[in-house]
Design a protein around this ligand. Structure first.
Ligand SMILES: C[S@@+](CC[C@H](N)C(=O)[O-])C[C@H]1O[C@@H](n2cnc3c(N)ncnc32)[C@H](O)[C@@H]1O
Length: 239
């Protein structure tokens, strides 16, 4: 049975869903990815190598795992995370508190970023784009707030190309994940939304095209986790 909301309700649905699962979000991430999610974030940030004195943004920051990684790369700069689900950022507050002025959370919408044009050297977004109502608009906003020559990295779920792996992946996400979520007392509807939203998400090739349409150049991607996730990177080239 589909738990996907109609498009006009998607934004409210997603926000409420993440507010509900916020306290256990990190634990479930580690469990469901066998601890690989943090490695994928490290690879993602390394792929765009934020400058030490740079200004970095993570869109849909959730509990802040990308923000802490960005802050590690920008000791003389600043890392900002933005999310419209306040309880997610509250759940991750203790991660960024020790970083003081070097990292901050901001409440706001990825489709209407509350930052001036050409603010950030580096932008990341992870496991967010399948939740937004308009992917191209989100990338257009990231392009707007990126500085010339600024980089973007997007980490999202994908489906393995190999038929056997794709079958195993589908069984895991569609059958095992909701059961695991129930066993550890997490919201099973939320963890049914996860595989269903992933199935509807554009393929890596189509996502690359969407990024180009939004203004990004030199778009490329690679698959991680045996094809379970795709890492796209691109540059803002204004000439
Ligand atoms: C699966 S979580 C990913 C969190 C984090 N990026 C990570 O790697 O763990 C998706 C996050 O995107 C946020 N989100 C979804 N749509 C958004 C939007 N339009 N504006 C801001 N945040 C959004 C949700 O609130 C949620 O915190």
């Amino acid at each position: 049975m589909s738990v996907l909301p109609p498009i006009e309700e998607k934004s409210t649905y997603v926000e409420q869903m993440f507010a509900n699962i916020a306290p256990g979000y990190d634990r479930m991430n580690r469990l469901l990815t066998f601890g690989m999610d943090q490695t994928w974030r490290e690879i993602t940030v390394a792929a765009v190598a934020p400058p030490a004195c740079g200004y970095a943004l993570d869109v849909g920051c959730g509990t802040g795992d990308f923000v802490t990684e960005l802050a590690a790369w920008t000791p003389d700069g600043k890392a900002v995370g933005i999310d419209y689900t306040i309880p997610m950022m509250q759940a991750g507050h203790t991660k960024i508190a020790p970083l003081q002025h070097r990292a901050t959370f901001v409440g706001g919408d990825a489709l209407q970023l509350p930052f001036p044009d050409e603010t950030f050297d580096t932008i990341t977004t992870g496991f967010v784009m399948r939740n937004v109502v308009d992917i191209q608009q989100a990338f257009a906003e990231m392009w707007r707030v990126a500085r010339p020559r600024g980089m973007v990295a997007c980490l999202e779920v994908a489906r393995p190309n190999n038929a056997l792996l794709r079958f195993g992946h589908r069984m895991y996400f569609e059958r095992v994940v909701p059961i695991l979520a129930g066993l550890v007392g997490a919201d099973t509807t939320a963890y049914t939304y996860l595989p269903q939203s992933a199935r509807q998400f554009p393929t890596p090739d189509i996502l690359a095209h969407i990024m180009q349409e939004a203004g990004w150049q030199d778009v490329s991607y690679r698959l991680l986790g045996l094809g379970a996730v795709a890492l796209h990177i691109a540059r803002k080239d204004t000439v």
